[in-house]
Write a protein that binds this ligand. Structure first.
Ligand SMILES: [Fe+2]
Length: 160
């Protein structure tokens, strides 16, 4: 079965540009993995491990961005959101351990892709959109937050 690429849709847009752009970057990285897994020839272990690292690095940066904003601007549901991040990291790591132990198998890669897609979809719809609503209302009264978002935008997306 061919896995479909992850895509930004209106339903997944939070309205905070930084967060949406980071999600799109995550989708792009996950789709690189997908492309490698959808190939009919043998999976290239090195290539896949590199892509898994590439995704991991971005996940860490993305979660850290959201957590910084939630902590610094006193988002009430910060703990629940952080727990969700921690649980994603744990599951992702356990997939990596499994891959390390038994090698790269189509089945494991598919499970990992499904997990990532499912998790991100739910996470955005249930947690990120709420966090974004908070940030959007906070931005109106907090010039520090506005400046910080701009600063992070130019750090992550220098050409924007
Ligand atoms: Fe997010």
């Amino acid at each position: 079965m061919i896995l479909k690429p992850l895509q930004m849709t209106d339903q997944l847009r939070t309205g905070v540009e930084l967060i949406d752009r980071q999600h799109e970057e995550f989708f792009a990285r996950a789709n690189q993995l997908l492309k490698k897994c959808n190939r009919t020839d043998a999976l290239n272990e090195n290539e896949i491990n590199q892509t898994l690292d590439f995704i991991w690095i971005y996940i860490i940066e993305h979660f850290a961005t959201e957590e910084e904003l939630m902590n610094n601007y006193e988002y009430p549901a910060v703990e629940v959101h952080k727990r969700a991040h921690a649980s994603f990291k744990k599951r992702y790591m356990s997939y990596r351990e499994q891959i390390q132990k038994s090698g790269i198998e189509q089945d494991t890669m598919k499970k990992l892709m499904f997990f990532m897609r499912d998790w991100f979809f739910r996470q955005i719809v249930t947690h990120d959109i709420k966090m974004a609503e908070f940030l959007k209302s906070e931005i109106k009264v907090n010039t520090g937050l506005k400046a910080r978002l701009q600063e992070l935008m130019s750090k992550f997306f220098p050409s924007a």
